[in-house]
Design a binder for this molecule. Structure first.
Ligand SMILES: Nc1ncnc2c1ncn2[C@@H]1O[C@H](COP(=O)(O)OP(=O)(O)OP(=O)(O)O)[C@@H](O)[C@H]1O
Ligand SMILES: [Mg+2]
Length: 253
């Protein structure tokens, strides 16, 4: 894929005290590709995407977005530029319904400013917001759940809602931290189904523990081990890489 790099990291490093969680990582995420990062518990995957999305500032190195240095920008500033993410444990408002959660996400991104709850509920039914929310409810196969209180939903539906919330503001890049964690096989297939609708239209970066869930739809696969990306390339070549075989398979068989 010859597309330009949307996200670039140059030597990014994050330490917690004496421990180096992410160590001198050089990485490129290309426009409209779907890239998976696998790696064992504690490899530094979540820390790495926290550096990309601005939840942590690196101790060393740079993060670029379309070639522009964003290393010092906050997560809110990065969302405004077009970098959206989901979390390993779902982040949704359990006491609101599905429509309200999605409407809130869209409204917040569009207005790009803090909101009061009253402002939100009064504007939520504006026709432009309604059109967008209904479009994404359909795309994520959760239209039938729109009036359900989110706290009552099974995890698979919550995950699809959270993914919808990341996509509805139409960012350029979406970073998903373990979108399949805690889901059963059928729920995983449903989430994969909605992600496939967006792959090659959006730029996607996914973190996952197990390669089997990613193999059939990522363009490139990276392996993280002890804070470093030890290999990144087409799935087959990554999985046959000698260092990956030594470090990753040993730990996962
Ligand atoms: N806020 C923190 N303070 C101290 N140590 C941390 C912090 N966040 C992460 N770590 C440590 O950094 C290492 C990498 O953690 P990280 O959460 O990035 O791993 P991960 O690859 O996402 O793992 P998992 O697959 O379990 O989600 C771990 O050893 C973890 O204990
Ligand atoms: Mg993690």
């Amino acid at each position: 894929m010859n597309n330009h790099a949307v996200i670039t990291t140059k030597g990014v490093t994050k330490r917690f005290g004496d421990f180096t969680a992410v160590n001198q990582v050089d990485f490129e995420l290309k426009e409209k590709e779907t890239l998976g990062i696998i790696g064992p518990n504690g490899a530094g995957k979540t820390t790495f995407i926290n550096l990309i999305s601005g939840f942590y500032l690196p101790d060393e190195g740079q993060v670029l977005f379309n070639g522009v240095d964003i290393t010092r920008l906050s997560s809110a500033q990065r969302v405004a530029l077009g970098i959206s993410r989901t979390f390993q444990l779902v982040h949704v408002f359990d006491n609101l319904n599905v429509y309200e959660n999605l409407g809130l996400s869209y409204y917040r991104k569009r207005e790009n400013k803090p909101f009061t709850f009253r402002m939100f509920t009064s504007r939520l039914w504006q026709s432009d917001i309604r059109r967008k929310v209904e479009e994404y409810l359909k795309m994520m196969d959760i239209a039938h759940l729109k009036d359900e209180i989110v706290g009552n939903l099974p995890l698979g539906s919550k995950k699809r809602l959270e993914i919808a919330m990341a996509f509805v503001s139409e960012p350029q890049v979406i970073v998903l931290d373990e979108p399949f964690s805690g889901l059963g096989d059928q729920e995983i297939d449903e989430v994969v189904g909605v992600l496939k609708k967006f792959s090659h239209d959006k730029t996607l970066l996914l973190i996952e523990h197990k390669v089997s869930k990613l193999e059939d739809f990522v363009d490139r696969l990276a392996v993280m081990h002890e804070g470093e990306i030890i290999c990144c390339g087409p799935c087959e070549s990554t999985l046959n890489d000698p260092e990956v075989r030594r470090c990753y398979w040993k730990l996962n068989t």
